[in-house]
Design a protein around this ligand. Structure first.
Ligand code: ZN
Length: 284
């Protein structure tokens, strides 16, 4: 589950320089700087920027975790410090500590937001960071820009013990997932679900139940998952966003998404509650 750890304390202003060792979430082109050691995957720890010869493009204080200051830094592309490598967050799932992975997700999103709003989108003047809140401000016209989140609804549809799974053209070969789509301006979450289901597979659903939510920093989504029951209609894929879809029993599932994803949790919950997979019923 990708989320900020419960004992993370967000903050805008950093503590006095060099007071205690800080965790550095160093990003280059959306990947995280890590080092593999005998005990696992590590992040840089240092009271100030640890790579004197490596310029940063921006640094943001994130807050503290278990009393340790946490910084996000975007570094220039180029030669990496010896022993360190860049990894995508998805590939670090299961190897990097889950709390650190959650903070890294926030670091990536905030760096991207900071980079993308150096200039005011309304009048074109440079913007400045606010000290009081996570925002950038335009002194020219007064516009305030906050970190952007894009809500995505995700829905697990079940009909007579079978789950609807679908393929988008960008998926890896053989992989299927639950339906999902961005919430549009003016919509409720429920309206977005009904519209997406109708557009993508041409059926209707009912009995929507909230399931869970999860941050998805690729680049700034909030996944909001629901369970739903099939109501009526026959599957008819749109051929654009969805190229194939079908009903699957829990013992005959196709390739599934990354276990870090909300989609995987929705599908796992279906399998466990169907009790049809034998043993504990959980996916592996
Ligand atoms: Zn402006």
């Amino acid at each position: 589950m990708l989320m900020l750890p419960g004992d993370f304390q967000p903050a805008i202003l950093p503590p006095a320089e060099g007071e205690q060792p800080a965790l550095w979430f160093v990003c280059v082109a959306g990947d995280l700087l890590v080092r593999a050691t005998a005990t696992g995957i590590e992040l840089p720890v240092a009271s100030s920027w640890p790579f004197a010869k490596w310029p940063t493009l921006r640094r943001l204080y994130l807050g503290s975790w278990q009393g340790q200051p946490c910084y996000a830094a975007e570094a220039e592309q180029g030669q990496l410090p010896p022993g360190w490598s860049l990894q995508g967050l998805r590939s670090l799932w299961g190897s990097l500590d889950e709390a650190l992975l959650g903070i890294a997700g926030q670091a990536l999103q905030l760096l991207e937001w900071d980079r993308n709003h150096q200039f005011c989108g309304r009048c074109g003047m440079p913007t400045q960071r606010r000290a009081e809140e996570r925002a950038r401000h335009c002194a020219g016209c007064g516009l305030m820009v906050y970190p952007r989140l894009s809500p995505v609804v995700m829905m697990r549809i079940v009909r007579d013990g079978q789950i609807l799974l679908a393929r988008a053209p960008r998926f890896a070969p053989g992989m299927y997932s639950v339906l999902a789509g961005f919430v549009e301006a003016g919509e409720t979450l429920e309206q977005a679900i009904h519209r997406e289901v109708a557009e993508e597979v041409g059926i209707r659903v009912g009995n929507l139940r909230y399931f869970a939510s999860q941050s998805w920093p690729f680049p700034h989504s909030l996944m909001i998952a629901f369970a739903a029951d099939y109501a009526d209609g026959e599957i008819r894929v749109d051929g654009q966003e969805i190229v194939d879809a079908g009903w699957f029993t829990p013992d005959r599932l196709p390739g599934l998404p990354n276990p870090m994803s909300m989609a995987w949790r929705l599908i796992q919950d279906f399998v466990v509650n169907s009790g049809a997979a034998g043993g504990d019923g959980a996916l592996r």
